[in-house]
Design a protein around this ligand. Structure first.
Ligand SMILES: Cc1cc2nc3c(=O)[nH]c(=O)nc-3n(C[C@H](O)[C@H](O)[C@H](O)COP(=O)(O)OP(=O)(O)OC[C@H]3O[C@@H](n4cnc5c(N)ncnc54)[C@H](O)[C@@H]3O)c2cc1C
Ligand SMILES: NC(=O)c1ccc[n+]([C@@H]2O[C@H](COP(=O)([O-])OP(=O)(O)OC[C@H]3O[C@@H](n4cnc5c(N)ncnc54)[C@H](O)[C@@H]3O)[C@@H](O)[C@H]2O)c1
Length: 455
């Protein structure tokens, strides 16, 4: 068997692994990256990117069926295979782009399944088996869809991966799990014409976020005709119906396909990881603030290390670890990490929610509605608001949230404010272009200071 050595070995080319490899390559670290599937991992191949493409296609179709003022459209139709082919083209483009970037950064790429023998050795079997010995190891093996014993994947029971590769819009779609994926994809299929039912065990959809943020989304789901069953447990699928237990009574929800989105499970035991005996937190690998595991010289990043399982968290960790390996002093600011739900309306949260902030001391909370914002009115999409959460004297902004059309594009400004330790006065003094949705953050900050102009 061939044997190679390297300074840094990274297992997995998702947003965590490939960004770590790119930065390490830039810093002149001799790096080997092993990937068993396509470059880009879950996010690029079966997650963030394909889902946002499908959501966009569904939005476009929905707008043609519900056009704006003065627009008349007749005979609109939707070709799902054509839209899926377009989506696949974007994935191909970005995945091969990752390959180009890795080559440019002089990262050695090995295609195959890595099997760890110890914290410094991995074996990749296959036609050209190789043993890789490294000084430092980064585990970036990501996650996979969690399963429910009563609803095993296969046939008409889909994970997000199959839901992103359908060739026909299902007439009736039952979605089990009212979290990020269930709502993003459930809403997209509802816009494409499916009759969608969402089954959620918690008392509310997106239970981690407060009701003020999710209420506008509930109204939008209602307008789309999506039925939402909260406090409900899916028990099995047979004869074209999902059996659901709610308040002790059984309901049968007619469905042609069932999409199960009840979270993701880290790949933290396979690939020889279990044999390393690393400390864990539940199913996740335990890491410290520098992404070090309990074994010296072994780092872990991304979904395999726990919540929030988000691509930009994995990327930030990957970049930091490469710099730490290069000997730089680096930390990362968890407080400024955004979470965005790409439903319609979208929801963004950065930093603390009002309740979380109030648990620490006095707070100032103010929100401002899109309903009086010129840009929102001229776009004919004016539901939702921006909310700022600051400490009692308004000196430090602790959190910013928004719900509304297109608010994902405000997430960067929200994060910047927290990362820079902005005060309400800083936001108030920042001139926001008119007319834009960003003015609503400005007005929310003015409102917290007791001097709103437009309300
Ligand atoms: C439908 C969907 C939509 C999503 N949308 C968003 C979004 O909009 N925004 C967002 O921030 N996040 C989103 N996510 C979450 C995001 O995809 C993950 O947080 C992100 O991909 C995690 O990156 P990672 O590098 O930790 O792991 P992954 O992306 O899971 O990559 C891990 C890689 O490791 C490889 N691997 C595993 N074991 C081995 C081995 N033994 N040998 C070789 N290779 C191995 C895998 O093949 C995989 O390519 C979404 C997820 C899904 C499923
Ligand atoms: N926009 C984004 O950033 C984005 C998009 C998609 C996915 N993701 C990531 O992927 C992860 C996985 O997404 P997800 O939607 O599968 O998980 P999730 O954790 O967002 O939501 C799962 C939902 O399923 C519910 N649930 C759990 N068990 C259930 C059961 N037996 N029956 C009914 N409901 C049940 C939970 O209460 C929860 O509301 C997310 O946590 C997120 O980190 C992010």
């Amino acid at each position: 068997m061939r044997e190679i050595t390297c300074r840094l070995l990274i297992i997995g080319s998702g947003p965590g692994g490939y960004v770590c490899a790119l930065r390490a390559g830039q810093l002149g670290i001799d790096t080997v990256l092993v990937e068993e599937a396509r470059l880009g991992g879950t996010c690029l191949t079966v997650g963030c990117i394909p889902s946002k493409a499908l959501i966009h296609a569904a939005d476009e179709f929905h707008r043609t069926r519900h056009p704006g003022p003065g627009v008349r459209i007749t005979g609109a139709s939707f070709d799902l295979p054509e839209a899926m082919a377009w989506k696949d083209g974007i994935v191909d483009q970005l995945s091969s782009g990752v390959g180009t970037l890795l080559r440019k950064a002089k990262v050695r790429l090995i295609h195959g399944r890595a099997d760890l023998r110890d914290g410094k050795t991995a074996v990749v079997a296959g036609d050209d088996p190789v043993t890789i010995r490294c000084e430092t190891l980064v585990i970036a093996t990501g996650s996979e869809p969690a399963t429910l014993p009563a609803l095993p994947f296969g046939g008409d029971i889909l994970s997000s991966t199959e839901a992103l590769a359908l060739t026909e819009v299902p007439a009736r779609l039952a979605v089990v799990g009212g979290g990020y994926i269930g709502l993003e994809l459930g809403m997209a299929y509802a816009k494409l014409g499916s009759t969608v039912t969402v089954v959620e065990t918690a008392p509310r959809i997106l239970p981690a976020w407060d009701a003020d943020l999710t209420t506008p989304l509930m109204s939008a789901l209602d307008r789309l005709g999506v039925r939402v069953l909260t406090g409900s447990l899916a028990q099995g699928f047979s004869g074209g119906a999902l059996s659901v237990l709610k308040d002790g009574a059984e309901d049968r929800v007619g469905a042609d396909k069932v999409l199960v989105t009840v979270g993701r499970r880290p790949r933290s035991t396979a690939a020889g990881i279990a044999g390393l005996g690393l400390a864990t937190d539940g199913p996740f690998l335990r890491i410290d603030g520098a992404c070090r595991t309990s074994m010296t010289g072994v780092y872990a990043i991304g979904d395999v290390t726990g919540e929030p399982m988000l691509a930009h968290r994995a990327m930030a960790q990957g970049e930091m670890v490469a710099e730490l390996v290069a000997g730089h002093a680096r930390t990362w600011d968890h407080r400024a990490m955004p979470a965005v739900c790409f439903t319609d309306p979208e929801i963004v949260s950065v930093g603390l929610l009002p309740d979380q902030a109030a648990a620490r001391g006095p707070v100032k909370v103010a929100s401002f509605p899109f309903g009086v914002n010129g840009r929102a009115l001229t776009e004919n999409r004016f539901e939702g608001f921006v909310r700022v959460v600051a400490d009692g004297d308004g000196r430090e902004i602790l959190g910013i949230q928004a719900v509304g059309s297109g608010v994902s594009e405000l997430a960067g400004e929200f994060s910047l404010a927290l990362e820079m330790g902005a005060t309400l006065a800083d936001i108030a003094a920042t001139i926001h272009a008119h007319p834009t949705r960003g003015e609503v953050l400005h007005e929310a900050s003015l409102r917290a200071l007791g001097r709103t102009l437009h309300l």
